[in-house]
Design a protein around this ligand. Structure first.
Ligand code: C2E
Ligand code: CA
Ligand code: CA
Length: 974
């Protein structure tokens, strides 16, 4: 503050200086004027003096003339004979005129008649002058002569004394003492240092004062001084150098006219003498004023501070505080009626009104912030958005400098997470190590609020001692005050809302209270958002569980269908083709028996990884069943051909679980869009069928080829044809024998396999129409028809005394059919066949859909003496241990295993299946046996029965009977 007020002082001093300058200039001006006036006055005095002296001289001349006239009037020349009387008269005259050295009455011959005083006179020398005077009607001046006796300069003046008409013979000769004139001038001089002189027209100095001895007689005709006198016509005044070269004031005047020309008189005085008074006046005036100025300056400097500057500085400081937002600032000065006092009072009144206005504005602002933030809390879509919006609203609606929201981190450093922030230059917060620990890092309002759970108010950032290492930075960014409000849950501050303002002392209690309310609302908003998010996450988890497989994290069947919908829509748009490839992991259940559920999951996980690694992760892969994956593949010639390679790559290296190497067998099938199907369900089903066919055909990959599965007019025709076929006996049963593995001559039973001889298409494979019947509900009448035919055949053979057990294939739907058992029970009555001659073949999958119901139904059948065979054993998911609890007679090992029995792995599977089944009291039938090697191996493994082309393909009833007889003989003869 020193600078402001010293500059005010300086200004006042300057003002003072200017005033002084004016005064000094005025003094100088007046001095110059006075000098000029003094000079003029002196010159005038000189001129007068010179004129006076000249006048005296002319007076003398006049008196001399008068005397001459007086001497003549009324007298005759005789009285002059009385020389004594004459001398007396002249002496009196001489006495009166001190300028005269002498006065004489002289005769024409130059001799002296009488004189004012007795003195030597050279008559001869003066004869010529006397003659000249006598011829002159008026006074005649002679030439200056130097007295031989006393060295005086004498100017002779002569005038003839005229008596009547006669020529004059007498003359008066007055000797003017030029020295006297000089002295006279000296006496009359105004001041000391006055110079006077007489000079004749030839430049001879006739008289001089002072120092006549040196100067009189000097010739000065060459000097500038003399030339100047001549140039002015011998008359005038002026300032010029004197004979000694010194500048003086001079006045000149012609003195008298002598016979040698005019004589000039001059008078001079030192200019300094003339101006001395004025100069003295100037000096003393200036000195006086300077003294006054010094005193005034000192007064301004020291007393002015008290009188003027201090009150002004108080007012200024108050105004400054007001402008920085400190509306509580007041001058505290008493209104004493002075202008400054009035100003102070006005500032105080203004401050009061500003304070109340600011108060209202500030509360309005805080209310605006509060309502804006409440809106955010209601509308926010996420916690993040809520925090961001809150900070933004606080800064923008509240006109604060910056705002941020922090959360307490429970770590060793007690660090702080900045969750949201807003404001100009807010990026300064980047990497700022705010902490809630009790040290320097935690010294700011944020850290303290987090630590104590209490609101922290900093009214003046600059005045505070320790607000953390970033205090100066905050100040440099314009922050002057701050408030940090804890966000508390259960009494503990989990976060804080920090607000910085650009003005000090801006947060008053009402505003802080409103901001605290805001912090409370914000806490509520955050907690609401968090619980909402938790709920959402839970929902997402459920959603994910529904759409993703937990073991592999791959999409599941549901997700596959929605992806297929998407791909189909895209393909519809661009005419693209793609294949859905289904990959079955064979015998996963057996693997699971060995390594457990977690192990199996792990294997599946590894498999999924290998699949995506092999395909480059570019295809959509889903786990569609516990043991099946499906992959959507854009279609081109190579892509389908590459599938076996992919699968080989996936299965080449054994998998591993807990150190146990696990070999995996995969069968893949593809269905192509749009060739094989155009909707997701059909694609899934058909690629699955294709995969199953691949397994049964002993190939790695199989392209779907089931004609009957086509969603085509042919299929619909086929369907109605089948309905027709069931009613009109187009269906025929073929029989395939099951022979004893140990003694092939013993036929242990026959399997009834349905055949459809279509009037137009000829023989249709059950592999194509059975699934069709299963899908459409036709399976019920079909199975009923088949069983009835089988029962009649059994009855026929019983009557013919060639009893033969006949096994009928039933579908999963039949097991769930409530009429099914009743229908079967009615068979003996209607056909005459004993139920104990009928067997049922059922797949394990059929048992799994409703195990409890399956158990009940099977037990009912078993009680009727019917035997239950588990068909296609090994392709489903059931475990042997479970099957053993059901009333099951035998397992039929699926053809896909028998067919692979040249491989040691499958030999192991088959042999262990046989021994396990035996262990559980089950018989084992091997299906699809085609070679002697297979038959021999099975016999060695103690397999019970064998069914397959090796012995017989399915045959019509008559042929079957024929075969039985022939075969039995053949076998017997072998
Ligand atoms: P399945 O029950 O496994 O029947 C055995 C199938 O294997 C029969 O095919 C049979 O002809 C064939 N087969 C038998 N020995 C050999 C062999 O050594 N090598 C080869 N490659 N194949 C052999 P088919 O008759 O075409 O029947 C196919 C499937 O249709 C049957 O499989 C069965 O699941 C179903 N099916 C047949 N008839 C009926 C029926 O009346 N009702 C029901 N529900 N399903 C039937
Ligand atoms: Ca069967
Ligand atoms: Ca079978």
């Amino acid at each position: 503050m020193g600078i402001h007020f010293s500059s005010l002082r300086l200004r006042i001093s300057l003002l003072l200086g200017v005033i002084l300058l004016y005064v000094v200039v005025a003094i100088c001006y007046r001095t110059i004027e006075r000098r000029d006036a003094d000079i003029a006055k002196a010159l005038e005095a000189l001129r007068t003096q010179a004129a006076l002296v000249a006048d005296q001289q002319s007076g003398i001349v006049q008196e001399t003339r008068d005397l001459a006239t007086f001497l003549f009037i009324g007298r005759d020349p005789t009285p002059f004979a009385r020389t004594d009387l004459c001398s007396q008269a002249l002496a009196r005259f001489l006495k009166r005129n001190q300028a005269l050295d002498n006065i004489r009455l002289i005769q024409a011959d130059g001799s002296v008649l009488c004189s004012g005083r007795a003195a030597a006179f050279d008559a001869a020398k003066n004869r010529a002058f006397a003659g000249a005077v006598l011829n002159e009607p008026d006074v005649l001046a002679g030439t200056v002569t130097i007295s031989t006796t006393d060295g005086k300069r004498i100017l002779p003046i002569g005038i003839a004394i005229r008596t009547g008409a006669q020529a004059p013979s007498l003359l008066l000769l007055a000797s003017l003492d030029l020295g006297w004139f000089g002295r006279r001038l000296g006496e009359a001089s105004l001041q000391g240092g006055t110079r006077m002189g007489l000079v004749d027209s030839q430049g001879n100095v006739l008289a001089h004062y002072p120092d006549p001895a040196r100067m009189v007689g000097k010739k000065i005709s060459e000097t500038a001084f003399f030339q100047n006198i001549l140039a002015n016509g011998g008359q005038g005044t002026g300032e010029q150098p004197g004979l000694d070269g010194q500048l003086r004031l001079y006045a000149f005047t012609p003195f008298t006219y002598a016979s040698g020309g005019p004589i000039y008189l001059w008078a001079g005085i030192d200019k300094n003498t003339v101006t001395a008074a004025a100069d003295h006046q100037l000096l003393s005036g200036v000195a006086l004023w300077l003294g006054l100025a010094l005193v005034s300056f000192l007064v301004v400097w020291f007393v002015g501070d008290r009188l003027f500057i201090r009150p002004v500085s108080v007012i200024t400081e108050t105004a400054r505080k007001l402008s920085s937002g400190d509306y509580l600032a007041r001058t505290g000065m008493v209104a004493d009626g002075s202008e400054v006092g009035e100003l102070a009072a006005m500032v105080d009144r203004m401050a009061a009104s500003m304070a109340s206005k600011a108060e209202i504005l500030r509360l309005n602002r805080a209310l605006r912030v509060l309502s804006g933030c409440s809106k955010n809390i209601v509308l926010a879509q996420s916690e993040e958005a809520l925090l961001d919006e809150t900070c933004r609203t606080i800064v923008e609606a509240g006109n604060y400098l910056m705002a941020w929201i922090t959360f307490r981190v429970q770590d060793d450093a007690k660090s702080v997470h900045i969750a949201a922030r807003y404001g100009a230059n807010i990026s300064w917060l980047d990497g700022v190590p705010i902490s809630w620990s009790d040290d320097h890092q935690g010294g700011g309002p944020t850290g303290k609020a987090l630590r104590t759970g209490q609101p922290q108010l900093v009214q003046d950032i600059a005045a505070e001692l320790d607000l953390g290492p970033w205090q100066e930075k905050i100040y440099a960014l314009g922050s002057r005050s701050a408030v940090a409000l804890p966000l508390t849950d259960g009494g503990i501050a989990f976060g804080a809302l920090t607000i910085h303002a650009a003005q000090a002392h801006i947060f008053n209690p009402e505003e802080v209270a409103l901001l605290e309310e805001l912090a409370g609302n914000l806490t509520f908003g955050i907690l609401t958002q968090r619980s909402k998010q938790e709920r959402q996450r839970a929902e997402e988890r459920v959603e994910r569980l529904a759409r993703f497989d937990t073991a592999t994290d791959l999409p599941n069947a549901l997700e596959l269908v929605s992806s297929l919908e998407l791909v189909i829509r895209r393909s519809l748009a661009n005419g693209g083709q793609f294949a859905l490839v289904t990959m079955h992991i064979e015998r996963l259940l057996d693997i699971q028996d060995v390594i457990g559920m977690a192990g199996a999951d792990e294997i599946v996980r590894q498999l999924a990884q290998r699949v995506s690694a092999v395909t480059g992760g570019v295809h959509f892969i889903a786990r569609v069943a516990r043991d099946a994956f499906a992959m959507i593949m854009p279609l081109d010639v190579e892509s389908l051909a590459a599938i076996p390679r992919y699968i080989e790559a996936i299965t080449e290296v054994p998998y591993e679980y807990a150190g146990i190497p696990v070999d995996i067998q995969i069968s893949a099938g593809s269905a192509v869009y749009p060739e094989h199907a155009t909707d997701p369900d059909a694609l899934v089903r058909r690629s699955d069928i294709a995969a199953r066919q691949a397994w049964s055909q002993g190939v790695i990959h199989n392209l779907y080829g089931g004609e009957s599965e086509r969603e085509s007019p042919e299929r619909l025709t086929l369907l109605s044809d089948l309905r027709q076929a069931i009613r009109t006996d187009q269906l025929v049963l073929f029989y395939q024998p099951k022979v004893s593995a140990q003694s092939p001559a013993v036929i242990t039973g026959a399997e009834a396999l349905v055949r459809w001889f279509h009037p137009l298409h000829g023989a249709v494979s059950p592999a194509s129409f059975i699934p069709l019947a299963e899908q459409t509900g036709l399976i019920k009448p079909l199975t009923y028809a088949v069983i009835e035919m089988a029962a009649r055949q059994v009855a026929t053979w019983q009557h013919a005394n060639k009893p033969m057990r006949v096994a009928v294939n039933i579908s999963p739907q039949n097991l769930l059919d409530p009429d099914f058992f009743d229908f079967v029970s009615s068979l003996p009555e209607r056909t005459g066949a004993a139920l104990s001659g009928l067997d049922l073949e059922i797949t394990e999958t059929a048992l799994m859909s409703d195990p409890e119901r399956a158990r009940q139904v099977l037990e009912q059948f078993a009680r009727q003496g019917m035997r239950i065979f588990i068909d296609d054993f090994g392709t489903g998911y059931s475990s042997l241990a479970y099957l053993a609890t059901l009333p099951i007679y035998a397992l039929k090992i699926d053809r896909s295993f028998v067919m692979r029995m040249n491989e040691p792995k499958y030999q192991t599977i088959v042999s262990s299946t046989i021994s396990l089944a035996h262990g559980l009291g089950l018989k084992v039938v091997a299906e699809g046996v085609e070679t002697w090697e297979q038959a021999e191996f099975l016999r060695d493994q103690q397999c019970d029965d064998i069914q397959g082309f090796l012995y017989s393909s399915p045959k019509a009833a008559e042929e079957f009977v024929e075969w039985c007889e022939v075969e039995l003989q053949t076998i017997h003869t072998r």
